[in-house]
Design a protein around this ligand. Structure first.
Ligand code: ZN
Ligand code: MN
Length: 480
C-alpha cells in the first residue's frame, strides 16, 4: 500500500438573513410557522408571475464575498437550473452558473487543539460564491410525503471551496471559521439547528507526492459539524479499503448520502457524466452589474472579521480560549463588551463575565440569553463602583440575579446587602472587636503587625462581609 493523502473540498449552502425571500416579498422567517403559510404565487412558481431579486440579499452576498476575499464579477447573471423534484415548485432553481457573483477567494483558519490553543494556521481557497433560492421541505411518513413550501425561495449563498482540505479536522475547522465569518458580516445567522448552514463534502484519495485528482465520493446533506466529521471519517476509511481491494483509486465519481442515525454512507448514484441541468440564463431577470464604486461602498462597511476580533481580545490580555469563546458567542460578547466599555479593565471584566456569570449560568443550566442582560450587569457594576456593595458581595448578588432574574438593586434592597460605610456604625463594630480580642491587641502592641488582620476579620465576620474594609482598617488604626 502506498502512502495515501486525503483530498477534501466542500460545498456550503447558507441561508441569508433577510426579511423577505430571494425573488418575492414573502416572510423569510418560516421557523415555527404552520406549513405553507409563508408562500405566494411567485415562490410557488405559478404561471405568469415574475421574480424580482432581493436587493438586501445581493448586498449581503457581496459583503460575504468580500469577507472571503473573493473578486466580484462586475457582470453576472442568474440562470435556470432544471431538475424535477416535489420540493421545487417552479420545476427549476434560479441559480448562477457560468458567471457567479464572485470567485477566487481565500479563508485563513486556525486548527485548535484540545486545550483550546491554536496549533496550526491554514488557508483554503474559495472557488466561487453564488446566489440561488432554496427548495421546500419534504417530510416522509410511511408511504406518504408531505410538502411544506415555506422555505421555497429563501435566499441562499452557495460557497464552493478548492480541494485544499487535507483531513476531517481541517474540513471542520474551516467550516467553523466560515460560519464565524458569515455571522460576523451578518450575511447569515448560520444556525445549524435550524438548517441554515448545510454541507456537501467531496473526498478522494491519491498517492502522496502526486498531483492528479482521482475520482471522488460526494457526500450529500451534512447538517452539523459532527455529521461532517463523522461522514468524512467513515468515507475515508471506506475509500482506503476500496483502494486496497482494487490496488488503486476508484474509476468514477459517486454520490453518497450520510445516514446520521446509523453512522454510515449509502450509495445514491454512480456518476458517468456531469448531471445535465440544461442551464440557461434566467430570461425574467436582467443581468446584475456592479461598478467599482458599488463594490468599494460595500467594502467600506466590512466589519472586523473573527480572527481580528480574537486578536483584539488577546491584546487586551484575555487568553486564547476565552477570546475564541467571545468570538463564537455573540450574546456573551455583547455583555463582555458593555462591561469592558464601562470598567476599561479586561481582568475585572473577564472575571465578572467569563468566570462568575458563566459559572452561575452553568450551575442553573441556563443559556446566556436567559441570564441578566448587559444593562442589568452594568447596574451591578455601578453598585460595586459607588461603594453600595463590595466586590465580594457583588458575586452573591450576581448569583441571585441569575437565579431569580431580579435586578441588582432589588436584590440588595430586599436582602439588606448594602455595604456599611457609616463611620459611627463601623467604629462601634471595631470597638467590639477590640474588646473581644485582647490577645490580638496585646500581640499588635508587642510589634506583631499581622495581629491586626484578626481584628479586621472579626469585624467582617460580624458584619456578614458588609463592612467597608477600607474604613475598618482606617478606624482601627486611628483607635490603636
Ligand atoms: Zn413568495
Ligand atoms: Mn446549490
Amino acid at each position: 500500500m502506498p502512502e495515501l493523502e486525503v483530498i477534501i473540498g466542500l460545498e456550503v449552502h447558507a441561508q441569508m438573513s433577510t426579511k423577505t425571500k430571494m425573488f418575492c416579498g414573502c416572510d423569510n422567517d418560516a421557523f415555527g410557522k404552520a406549513p405553507n403559510t409563508t408562500v405566494c404565487p411567485i415562490c410557488m412558481g405559478h404561471p405568469g408571475t415574475l421574480p424580482t431579486p432581493n436587493a438586501v440579499a445581493i448586498d449581503k452576498a457581496v459583503l460575504a464575498s468580500l469577507a472571503l476575499e473573493c473578486t466580484i464579477n462586475k457582470e453576472n447573471h442568474f440562470d435556470r437550473k432544471h431538475y424535477f423534484y416535489p420540493d421545487l415548485p417552479m420545476g427549476f432553481q434560479i441559480s448562477q452558473f457560468d458567471f457567479p457573483l464572485s470567485e477566487k477567494g481565500t479563508v485563513t483558519y486556525d486548527i485548535i487543539d484540545d486545550s483550546g490553543k491554536v496549533s496550526d494556521t491554514k488557508v483554503c481557497g474559495i472557488t466561487r460564491l453564488h446566489m440561488e433560492n432554496d427548495a421546500g421541505k419534504l417530510t416522509h411518513k410511511g408511504t406518504t410525503t408531505l410538502c411544506d413550501y415555506n422555505r421555497a425561495g429563501t435566499p441562499l449563498m452557495e460557497i464552493v471551496t478548492e480541494p485544499d482540505l487535507r483531513s476531517e479536522q481541517e474540513a471542520v475547522a474551516f467550516a467553523q471559521e466560515l460560519r464565524r465569518i458569515l455571522i460576523a458580516v451578518n450575511a447569515s445567522q448560520a444556525d445549524m439547528f435550524k438548517g441554515m448552514m448545510r454541507f456537501d463534502a467531496s473526498i478522494s484519495l491519491r498517492e502522496k507526492g502526486t498531483e492528479k485528482l482521482n475520482p471522488r465520493s460526494e457526500i450529500k446533506n451534512l447538517n452539523s459539524f459532527k455529521a461532517l466529521e463523522r461522514a468524512l471519517q467513515y468515507e475515508e476509511k471506506r475509500l482506503r479499503k476500496e483502494w486496497e481491494d482494487n490496488d488503486g483509486p476508484r474509476k468514477g465519481d459517486i454520490t453518497v448520502g450520510w445516514q446520521d442515525d446509523i453512522g454510515k454512507t449509502r450509495l445514491l448514484r454512480e456518476k458517468e457524466t456531469a448531471d445535465d441541468y440544461r442551464y440557461f440564463p434566467e430570461p425574467d431577470i436582467p443581468p446584475l452589474t456592479f461598478t467599482q464604486e458599488d463594490i468599494d461602498a460595500v467594502h467600506a462597511t466590512l466589519p472586523k472579521l473573527p480572527r481580528a476580533q480574537k486578536e483584539d481580545y488577546m491584546d487586551m490580555g484575555i487568553d486564547e480560549k476565552q477570546a475564541l469563546q467571545l468570538v463564537d458567542q455573540s450574546d456573551l460578547r455583547s455583555i463582555f463588551d458593555a462591561v469592558y466599555a464601562t470598567t476599561k479593565d479586561a481582568k475585572r471584566t473577564s472575571s465578572l463575565v467569563l468566570m462568575q456569570l458563566l459559572g452561575f449560568l452553568n450551575a442553573e443550566e441556563k443559556e446566556v440569553n436567559d441570564g441578566p442582560d448587559p444593562t442589568k450587569i452594568l447596574e451591578l457594576v455601578a453598585k460595586i463602583d459607588d461603594g453600595t456593595i463590595s466586590a465580594n458581595t457583588g458575586k452573591d448578588v450576581l448569583q441571585k440575579m441569575v437565579e431569580t432574574g431580579k435586578s441588582a438593586s432589588e436584590i440588595i434592597e430586599a436582602e439588606g446587602m448594602q455595604q456599611i460605610s457609616d463611620d459611627g456604625a463601623i467604629e462601634e463594630m471595631v470597638q467590639k472587636a477590640i474588646d473581644s480580642n485582647p490577645k490580638a491587641i496585646e500581640d499588635f502592641k508587642n510589634g506583631n503587625e499581622k495581629a491586626l488582620g484578626a481584628i479586621v476579620g472579626f469585624v467582617m465576620k460580624e458584619s456578614k462581609g458588609q463592612a467597608n474594609p477600607g474604613k475598618v482598617n482606617e478606624i482601627l488604626k486611628k483607635k490603636l
